[in-house]
Design a protein around this ligand. Structure first.
Ligand code: ADP
Length: 400
């Protein structure tokens, strides 16, 4: 049973083909620079011996339709998919489902219209997803297609967590509220963590920390999200590679007054020039570590600000949950950066969180326990797999 997972943007399409019986990716890749003269397709194919073979081709890709044709060829030659009609289903990642989508949705005209309707909430993402969905519907009209939303997992938040204290009309008319993102990843690692603890998901309380270029925290009570750090947009919450995370909204107006910066300029700077990059000039944590190790005080401060913000959220979500069974680290930084995990957990012994330095340094693979034996709260490092989670949710949705 094969499921294709697509993440379409306005100028790129990422694809992964899963063999669901083995829960394994058999082929994948990305078509980039769609609509430009110098398109690129990078293909990844799993060989019979299990190794991954990667190749890159450069050629013009005038449209998403052309991108799908190229992808079809790549899946035929590399993924053993001789006919797209043999797919069990196609799952599409969609960033924003607004207040409408609480779960994955089987794509039809009404779902497409609803994704379009909430597009103003994610102007950089939803329009690109829609182009991809339309191209996929055209390329494989008989294959069931499902939209899986980054926001859906967080739709269980109570109003006290998702409402902002702003004029009511902003909420009722413009849907200004907290939505939260990375939901697919938070859901996946929460399930893996519960399995590991030998508990059913509805019996565990977790704080999940998705720390990649984008970063977010979620408080998960009995398997359901009750609060999360991102907001109306993915700009809020933790310090990220290039995004500021939380700040006083008055900064925007102050800069307008004293520096003559238009709101759009400030918005771009908060998204692309802030976070670790704003603090020390580098957005990639590995680079920040290199600079800090070489004695750059700005880089050291960037690591401290990054870890301190997360620590505050762990404290806040401990209060939200009352009892925490595990803290779960995931994504590029969460999975790989032992130094930041140590900085984040430092001083949290009072909350029952004690890391084991040796285990922390040697964490690897799909899931590792990194807490000390006396730690009341488990600390887990779980490798996320958003695409596999999308594939599984797609299958569940098609089966109803
Ligand atoms: P995204 O998917 O949001 O683009 P990732 O989850 O790939 O981001 O995370 C990117 C971040 O993870 C970067 O800051 C990068 O430095 C960090 N990262 C990735 N691999 C490692 C590693 N082996 N050690 C430390 N940090 C890593």
């Amino acid at each position: 049973m094969k499921v294709l997972v697509l993440n379409s943007g306005s100028s790129s399409v990422k694809y992964r083909l899963f063999e669901m019986d083995r829960r394994e990716e058999v082929a994948g890749g990305v078509v980039e620079r769609i609509g430009e003269p110098d398109g690129v397709i990078s293909e990844r194919v799993r060989r019979a011996d299990g190794s991954l073979d990667t190749s890159v081709r450069r050629l013009p890709v005038p449209s998403h339709r052309a991108a799908f044709a190229l992808m079809g060829e790549a899946l035929r030659s590399g993924g053993g998919l001789d006919d797209p009609r043999r797919l069990y289903a196609i799952g599409h990642r969609v960033v924003h489902g607004g207040p409408v989508f609480r779960a994955p949705a089987r794509i039809d005209a009404a779902v497409v219209a609803a994704i379009r309707e909430v597009a103003p909430l994610a102007p950089l993402h939803n329009p690109g997803h829609l182009v991809g969905i339309e191209a996929a519907l055209e390329a494989a009209p008989d294959v069931p297609q499902v939209a899986v939303f980054d926001t859906a997992f967080h739709q269980t938040m109570p109003a006290r967590a998702y409402r902002y204290a702003v004029p009511e009309e902003w909420y009722t008319r413009y849907r200004v509220r907290r939505y939260g993102f990375h939901g697919t990843s938070h859901a996946y690692v929460a399930r893996r963590a519960a399995d590991h603890l030998g508990r059913s998901l509805d019996g565990v309380n977790l704080i999940t920390l998705h720390l990649g270029n984008g970063a977010s925290a979620a408080a998960v009570q009995g398997g359901r999200c009750v609060d999360t750090s991102m907001g109306l947009t993915p700009l809020a919450g933790l310090v990220m590679g290039t995004r500021s995370g939380d700040l006083d909204p008055a900064v925007v107006f102050y800069l307008g007054r004293v520096a003559g910066l238009e709101p759009a300029r400030v918005e771009a700077a908060l998204n692309q020039e802030s976070g670790l990059k704003g603090l020390c000039g580098a957005h990639d944590v590995r680079e920040v570590h290199r600079a800090a190790d070489a004695g750059d005080p700005r880089a050291l401060l960037a690591l401290e600000v990054f870890a301190y913000r997360i620590r505050k959220y762990v404290g806040a979500y401990t209060a939200v949950l009352g009892r925490v069974d595990a803290i779960v680290f995931t994504a590029g930084i969460g999975e790989n950066d032992a130094d930041l995990r140590r900085r984040i957990c430092e001083g949290l012994e009072g909350l029952g969180i004690t890391l084991d330095e040796e285990r922390n340094r040697s964490a690897a693979g799909e899931l590792s326990e990194v807490h000390a034996p006396q730690s009341r709260v488990a600390v887990l490092v779980v490798r996320t797999n958003e695409e596999l989670e999308i594939a599984e949710q797609t299958v569940a949705c098609v089966r109803g």
